[in-house]
Design a protein around this ligand. Structure first.
Ligand code: NAD
Ligand code: UD1
Length: 341
């Protein structure tokens, strides 16, 4: 079965491609490399001993996408490609709508031209917004997005619903990720942010490797157990396996039509202080930190109700917080400059 993976050279994409290859899917990666390196795919090929057809291209380039569909027998598209820096999305919102919304529409249009009906979308916990109480579950209404990036995810989820109403053959799964961290156990592939990392774990890892002096913990006065924010961190390999589970769910449920959303998280909230402590004890590296002012737009605490994915997709996040920390450090210490030589 041939799977087109947009954004497959990126952090979550590369781990998911590895899992798909290990499960005998044929994978075509389509990525413009705006936030990644083709080296990730080379390493995935080495780790699996399998081949991957890699095409460098932009999802907004419909002619190039058409060529890909013409030359392959694609059954399903897993769509990771997107810009993902929340802060940046507030300064260049039009670029975010261009890439993340218009780009997704281009992919869906070309799929329709070629009669491909199966779509798996990288959504986010951010779609629940501030209005919903934790734990978030899939029956909740989509919330008010707190950033243009969040608005992109909500808009694409709405587009998928409208498309499903108009097209009785369309089948989509929207996977709402919580906070993926960690890396493949080999230490060969992992998260390689450009510039100063926005997200917690890449920042912690860069402090540990000596690239940054100390961590700023954004807010120590939240109404949480220890005053820092709580999130639902899950291992990126568990997340990768969530994509496999979604694909197998689509394959198995032949009569399914429409759009189904699933949370992919552990169901547990972990604080920033607890992350620092877990990293230190898993790696024996000290992480100096300051408690800094709150970061604008941060919610105090959110985590998933993951029951729907557990029961329907037969998927569960199994890797421990210690494993997440060890694998982050294995990747970062082996590759202090990421994929750059
Ligand atoms: P990433 O930046 O590592 O991967 C995205 C990939 O898409 C990159 O390889 C990039 O080069 C490519 N890309 C971007 N715009 C493109 C375009 N116009 N055409 C072709 N390729 C393009 O990010 P990631 O963390 O792997 O995230 C993957 C997906 O998951 C994104 O849609 C993101 O919004 C979503 N997501 C990520 C997180 C997270 O915490 N990492 C959480 C929730 C959702
Ligand atoms: C990110 C995304 C959000 C997405 C969510 C789940 C941002 C701003 N938001 O948010 O859209 O839905 O992942 O995928 O990227 N922290 C520090 N110091 C740092 C970095 C982070 O204390 O240097 C704290 C943050 O305040 C937060 C926690 O660590 O409390 C996690 O931060 P981050 O990794 O950015 O994830 P989210 O805030 O959950």
């Amino acid at each position: 079965m041939q799977v087109l993976v947009t954004g497959g050279a990126g952090y979550i994409g590369s781990h998911s491609v590895l899992t798909l290859l290990e499960n005998d899917y044929e994978v075509i990666v389509y990525d413009n490399l705006c936030n990644s390196s083709a080296e990730s795919i080379e390493r995935v090929k080495r780790l699996t001993g399998k081949s991957v057809d890699f095409i460098e291209g932009d999802i907004r380039d419909k002619d190039k996408l058409r060529e890909v569909f013409e030359h392959h027998n694609i059954s399903v598209v897993i769509h990771f490609a997107a810009l993902k820096a929340v802060g940046e999305s507030t300064t260049i919102p039009l670029s975010y709508f261009q890439s993340n919304v218009h780009g997704t529409v281009c992919v869906l249009e070309v799929m329709k031209e070629f009669g491909v009906n199966n779509f798996i979308f990288s959504s986010s916990a951010t779609v629940y917004g501030e209005e919903n109480d934790v734990p978030y579950d899939e029956n909740m209404k989509l919330g008010t997005p707190s950033s243009p990036y969040g608005a992109n995810k909500v808009m694409v989820e709405r587009i998928l619903q409208d498309l499903a109403i108009s097209d009785p053959q369309f089948r989509a799964v929207s996977l709402r990720y919580f906070n993926p961290i960690g890396a493949h156990e080999s230490g060969e592939i992992g998260e390689d942010p450009s510039g100063i990392p926005n997200n917690l774990l890449p920042y912690v890892a860069q402090v540990a490797v000596g690239k940054r002096a100390k961590l700023n913990i954004f807010g120590g006065d939240y109404p949480t157990q220890d005053g820092s924010c709580e999130r639902d961190y899950l291992h990126v390999m568990d997340l990768a396996e969530g994509h496999l589970a979604a694909l197998e769910w689509l394959n198995k449920n032949e009569s399914f039509r429409g759009v189904e959303a699933f949370n992919l998280g552990t169901g547990n909230g972990v604080s920033v202080f607890a992350i620092v402590k877990a990293f230190e004890s898993a790696t024996s590296k000290a992480i100096p930190f300051d408690v800094a002012p709150r970061r604008s737009g941060d919610l105090p605490a959110f985590w998933a109700n993951a029951n729907k994915a557990n029961t329907q997709l037969n998927w569960q996040a199994t890797r421990s917080l210690t494993q997440m920390m060890k694998d982050t450090w294995h990747w970062q210490s082996n590759n202090p400059n990421g994929y750059a030589k």
